[in-house]
Design a protein. Structure first.
Lengths: 319, 319
């Protein structure tokens, strides 16, 4: 099968072995997939990953149990043991025995086929297109902010970063009617925010006021956290969404002095994300900058590095 | 009056002007005071402070309203406006107009006299000696951990750092009967822990297991936070108590991946601390390594830098 493989470098591989589903697993034929900042980081060496890259996709179950067979599905990326203390305690996404699709010890979805445990698959309603369904995984991660941190109409909240993740988080938060601003560098994406009724602020015009109840750091830059500490109010919350923050010089004294709550946030609720797409509460379609066939994956990765592009998709197979 | 003054460097000053209480303020004659890690940091340039150093003390009200006159008192260190949004919202310790005793724009207590707002003063019961009462302020900061973070008998909790602050935090936590360990470098203070029924672990013998519900970072070293991230369980809490963490290379990816809650923690409830000392729930007396007369303050600071000493006190005046 066709696949995008990370080994010494990233390469398109026209004849990669088709995966075999194990017990309790399904074989899924991939329709489309999305390139995420984590994929770009993996290529730079993050997680030391080797194998098929990719973790955001929509596909059709080619082999599996009757309730899933031929269903169009999105897929949770943590493949967990369902037996350990954390799984049994309801913290399965933190299973220490987990593999992670296209990120850690598990071949990913930038390929014609991918295998995944039945329990990870979520049927996607017909009203959600393939292009939209690709966003289920990152949109779920965006909704995780709401799962971890109470957001009400009165909540003053700022999203730092107007890239892929920032725009999804901002749109998820917008559904709560909170007092929302987005800080970014890119005029195009800040304009996108304004069109969605979200105040966009260019980082150079930012006035740090320590008055925000919640700041969500989605920029992935070390500078982002420093800005977050300047914006958040005493006893406020900073949600840290970017996994690829590199080791950088950081002075955390403001966290202590202002008794800030810094909250790490990762994968989120698929149900919320699918539901938001089905009722069109979030516009992901306008975020798609380019779509490439899988054969042009390297070109697609280059496009995803370009900050003028928001989301770049890969197309594998028709529905 | 006699005072310990920070200017270009730290000096003992035999003839410093006696402070004049303003409206709503008391003049307090200082009995004894404690040297804290923050004082050592101030000398190194933290906060750019100039003036009389010191913020942990016990003294007697020399002039003030009838209900306080001649009372022995401990003193909250944040001098706040009581008018701003944060003060009115019940977050007075975060008042943006605050001065901080011996730390920020406010002469401190390493002197014969100090002035403080009436509202900051807490009478100390006779059952608590001067030596013990000096610990009210840092012990209150230790109790702040309990005010911010639920700790129960079943809570697995580790304190990193067996210095002044670590030992106070550990003793405050011990009163909750939780599953408690202290990680440190100093055999003497780890032995102190063992005597108090708290398991002490030398940092070189530490096995990182990501199984602690709560980790309290009291070491002030950048390494302390890294160790905390290795010890805390997914979705656990790290309480950051050390204000003097310098800007250092830090990889916060584990915070995101394990969805850890990093909680800054500063000043705390004086009532809890005074009560703990009065009922002898916490042993601070054994933590006193040396006591110097105020004239020997520079020697006292040197002693406080020595990791073999836990708490170093200054003596100004008899009761």
């Amino acid at each position: 099968m066709r696949a995008v493989v990370l080994d010494k470098g990233l390469r398109y591989e026209p004849d990669y072995p088709k995966p075999q589903p194990g017990e309790g697993q399904c074989l899924v034929r991939v329709h489309m997939a999305g390139i995420c900042a984590t994929d770009l980081q993996l290529v730079k060496g993050y997680m030391d990953f080797k194998g098929v890259v990719g973790h955001e996709f929509v596909g059709t179950v080619a082999s599996g149990p009757a309730n899933l067979k031929n269903k169009r599905v999105a897929c949770e990326i943590n493949f967990v043991c369902r037996k350990c203390e954390l799984c049994l305690a309801g913290l399965a996404t933190h299973c220490p025995n987990r593999t992670v699709l296209g990120i850690s010890n598990q071949d990913g979805c930038f390929a014609d086929y991918v295998v995944a445990p039945e329990h990870n698959l979520h049927p996607v309603p017909d009203s959600v297109s393939d292009e939209e369904a690709v966003f289920v995984e990152p949109l779920a991660a965006a909704y995780q902010v709401l799962a971890q941190c109470p957001v009400e109409e009165r909540t003053k909240i700022t999203v730092i970063g107007s890239g892929r993740l920032g725009l999804l988080v901002a749109q998820a938060l917008k559904t709560k009617g909170c007092k929302l601003t987005v800080v970014g560098r890119n005029k195009k994406t800040l304009t996108f925010c304004e069109k969605k009724g979200i105040q966009g602020i260019h980082v150079d015009k930012l006035v740090a006021r320590q008055d925000r109840d919640v700041v969500v750091e989605c920029s992935g830059a070390a500078e982002g956290l420093t800005i977050a500490m300047e914006l958040v109010r005493p006893r406020g919350t900073i949600v840290l969404k970017s996994t690829h923050a590199e080791a950088g010089a950081l002075n955390l004294a403001p966290i202590v002095v202002n008794e800030v709550n810094l909250l790490g946030s990762r994968c989120g609720p698929f149900g919320e994300a699918i539901n938001a797409l089905a009722r069109q509460a979030v516009d992901v379609r306008s975020m798609i900058s380019k779509t490439f066939p899988i054969e042009k994956a390297l070109e697609a990765f280059k496009a995803a590095e370009d900050r003028n592009n928001v989301k770049v998709l890969l197309k594998m197979n028709a529905k």
